[in-house]
Structures are given as C-alpha cells and as structure tokens.
Design a protein around this ligand. Structure first.
Ligand code: R5P
Length: 285
C-alpha cells in the first residue's frame, strides 16, 4: 500500500505513512502562471493499492483531490482509498430553501467517481456518508481530543447545542468530568443567540467542544455567557478549525484561555493529531 499526500494534508499523510508502514509517494505540485494546478506522481504505483489524503477545504483543494484521483488512476493504481480529513460543504447537507444544491452530496458523488472507498473524520452529519456511492466510513476525533484534555483538570465539558450533546458526553466519559449543553439558536450563517440557562459554571474550568469552529460566533457567545456565570477558565476545542475571518480574535477577546483543534486543517492550534484515529479505522475496514 502507498500513501499520496495532497498539499492540504501533507502532515496527516506523513503520519499515516509511518503508522501504516506504507511508503509516501513522491509527487510534484505547482501552479501555472494562470494559477491552474499541475501535479505529477513520480513513483511507480502501477498495480498497487493507494491511499490519497486530502482535506477538501478551501475549494482549490477539491480540484487538487480530483487531479490526484485521476493521476493515480492513470498511473495504474489498483484499489484507491480517499481519506478526507475535513470534508468541506458538509453543512449544506440538505436543501434548506428550494433552488439550493445539496452541496455535500455533490462533493461526495464526485469523489466517488474515481475511488473504491472513502474515509473522513467527524462529518458534520453522519448521513453525509450515504451520499458517497462507494463504501464510506468515518472516525471521531473526540477520543483523541479528550485524551489531550484529560491532563488539564477540566471540571465540565459543554456542547454548544443540544444536538451535539453526545460529543460532550463521550469526551466527559474519557476525561472523568461532568457534561452539559448550551442553548444555542442559529439566526444565520454568522449570527447565533444563546438562551439563558444555569450551567453551574461558577469557579469551574470549562471546555466547550464542537465539530467545527468557523466564524467563531458560537464559541465567542458561549464564552461570554460562561464568563457571566463565573467560569474560572474556558478552553475551546474542535475537530475542524476553519477559523474564518476574525474568528480567533473574536474567541480570544471573549475571554478564551486556550484554543485546541486537530490537524484535519493545519493551523497553529492543531495540537492533536488525527492520523491515529484514521489508521485505526483503516485497519478495521
Ligand atoms: C454547527 O452546526 C456546527 O456544529 C458549529 O457549531 C458551527 O459550524 C460553528 O460555526 P461558527 O464558528 O461560525 O459559529
């Protein structure tokens, strides 16, 4: 088995190559003067099973994944597994208004055209896996995140809404602390409202855990509410740190003490590696 790393997921690909004892394929990736992408597979992978690792965010990385899929096919690869650490467009997983696309399905169907299996991490909703027309599986980063947090003497884990309560419960089981949820209502893509609820946060060290941090609005509002309720320390944790626009500034100025994410999207906050969870899933599927 060989591992091909797209430019969005080089580190995850290197980690997986080590975990699976599978060689990392040499590639060239560069931009033409008009910004179109050129890629080339340099090693002989003819007849070999290949894993391609590429997060599909931002959009340019989707094109790179499609080109990599085509390149490994043209190079004569046998079975192709596509690993998408962060699967973009997951939040448009249905038509909210008539005339809209089901974006998550469009992406999943296109990836399925030239792959035998797909694997992703914490998809926004589990049913997104059914949009693939090939076998598709996901793993959760929560156990790895919770193990990282276990050393930090946390009193309580909070989900930012009731729908995400299972994530907080799972983390709290590993961390050995309490869990609860914040009552969030989303007004639009950039605005959320927090309903008053006694979170028993006074003098506590609290973690808020989410699948995605995008604009940081959810976290910033939650932090402010927890501050009001007397929380001593507040950490925010997510699997996929998109950190769009002023997200970091918003979260820090709301009073956050630490930001933690995995490396499904690399940033200075990628403190938890995702490769162990992916390689575990690969060995059981
Ligand atoms: C929503 O359903 C997700 O789980 C996150 O809560 C959301 O994507 C966070 O977005 P933002 O950081 O823009 O508030």
């Amino acid at each position: 088995m060989y591992v091909v790393g797209g430019t969005a997921s080089k580190t995850v690909a290197e980690d997986l190559s080590k975990e699976l004892h599978a060689p990392l394929v040499k590639t060239i990736s560069k931009r033409f003067p008009d910004d179109e992408l050129y890629i080339r597979i340099l090693d002989d992978i003819s007849g070999e099973d290949v894993i391609i690792v590429q997060t599909t965010y931002p959009d340019s990385n989707i094109v790179e994944l499609f080109l990599l899929q085509n390149a490994v096919k043209e190079a004569g690869a046998n079975k192709v597994t596509v690993i998408i650490p962060y699967l973009g467009y997951g939040r448009q997983d249905k038509k909210f208004e008539t005339g809209e696309p089901i974006s998550a399905r469009a992406i999943a169907e296109h990836i399925s055209l030239h792959a035998d299996k797909a694997i992703t991490v914490d998809p926004h909703k589990q049913h997104i896996l059914d949009f693939f027309t090939i076998p598709a599986f996901s793993c959760s980063a929560v156990p790895e995140l919770a193990l990282y947090l276990k050393k930090k003497d946390i009193d309580m884990v909070l989900a930012p809404d009731e729908g995400a309560l299972d994530r907080a419960r799972q983390a709290s089981d590993i961390m050995g602390c309490n869990f609860d949820y914040i009552e969030k209502t989303r007004i639009n893509g950039a605005t959320v409202e927090i309903k008053p609820k006694n979170l028993q946060a006074n003098n506590k060290k609290v973690v808020i855990i989410d699948d995605i941090i995008s604009t940081g609005g959810t976290m910033a509002k939650s932090i402010k509410e927890l501050k009001k309720q007397g929380a001593k320390k507040i950490l925010v944790v997510c699997t996929h740190g998109l950190f769009a626009g002023e997200a970091i500034k918003k979260i820090i100025s709301a009073g956050c003490n630490e930001i933690i994410s995995t490396d499904t999207i690399r940033s200075e906050f990628s403190k938890v590696k995702i490769a162990p969870c992916i390689s575990q899933l690969l060995s059981s599927n």
